[in-house]
Design a protein around this ligand. Sequence first.
Ligand SMILES: [Zn+2]
Ligand SMILES: [Zn+2]
Length: 408
Amino acid sequence: MAQSYKFYAVDDDAYSLEIVSRYLRDAGYGVSTSTSSTQALSEIVEQRPDCVITDLMMPGLDGLELCSRIRKEPALANTKVVVVSGKAYEFDRRRAREMGANGYVTKPINREGFLSSVQRILEDKIVVDFWGVRGTLPVPGPKTVRFGGNTSCVTMSFPDESYFIFDAGSGIRTLGDALMRRGGRVTAKIFISHPHWDHINALPFFTPLYIRGNEFEILGAAHGDRSVRDLIKAQMDDVFFPITLREFGASLSFRDLREETIEVGSIQVKTMLLSHPGYCLGFRMTYKGRSVCYITDNELYLPTMPQYNPHYVERLIDFVRDADVVITDTTYTDEIYPQRVDFGHSSVSQVVDFVHRAKVKELYLFHHDPSETDDDVERKHAAACKALEKLGSSTRCIAPPEGSQIRI
Ligand SMILES: [Zn+2]
Ligand SMILES: [Zn+2]
């Protein structure tokens, strides 16, 4: 299917144009090109390509004007536009989006990064990657090779190039290595569910934070008078870590979140406080009618327990209702949970019950207990599948290994 995409590339710089079209042709796509943007417009209307790749600053019609003219053509309603420019300013990115561009890639481009951006825009999917699926403590060793031993870190990338990182457990180090290999500038939002060690401790080992030109915003719940900035700074304080926040080369900002809804481009991010010691936020991301939820750490008590709060469970069900994907704390088996009550984590039966009632399409088991081996996680997964079957549920259950990817 990918092979059938048609591209039209326009750039007044013949050398840049040659690189872009070579990358696209090598990947098997059809490409028409022009160094004149005015000539390009009429050919684009005629050819109706799936995607237009355009430079920003060109004589005659510049990239933004070209973009807005394409958007005014009803026949080109399905044509995506990707701006490729040497300008890395946020202002230019924003202007391009406002003019109707679907993506913005900065020069110099590299083959892998460019093609993956373009493919992402054409597929129009949310890509979720699991970099660490364990809870509490990293557990390397021969018994955790299948699901991996790293603690919480999940990323979501969106076709408009928004990149979200959820938690900075030890999995974020592998993510950092992958981003460094990919090259290019990294702009991302890092959502911190809560400041327990397994969710923040590897942040100082996330290499892209040390690279000038990268931009990160760290978002999470404040704890009373301690902002999310204070919480991150504290773990790197003095004797605990020899590098301070000031030494990060990337531009870094912080934002305290409450239960609220924020818009990031065309993505809606909704938050909810979870059942866990301190302030811990769950997240629901909605993009073009599709929703992915990241809900960890969270304790669902058994209905027979005095701590059980039906109002909270109903709110949580409403929060995740009809979601395509729910990644959620399923730390314990039902057998172990009675020995771990009030630790702030959930067991299989309660997780299965709430996702089934919320008519969630896919449940992803997450935040496994450090004592669990690969075999234990597989048994837990089998128990969850069986429990869903018993409920006659249409929810599918997956235990995602570290390194796996889903596209929604
Ligand atoms: Zn945790
Ligand atoms: Zn926790």
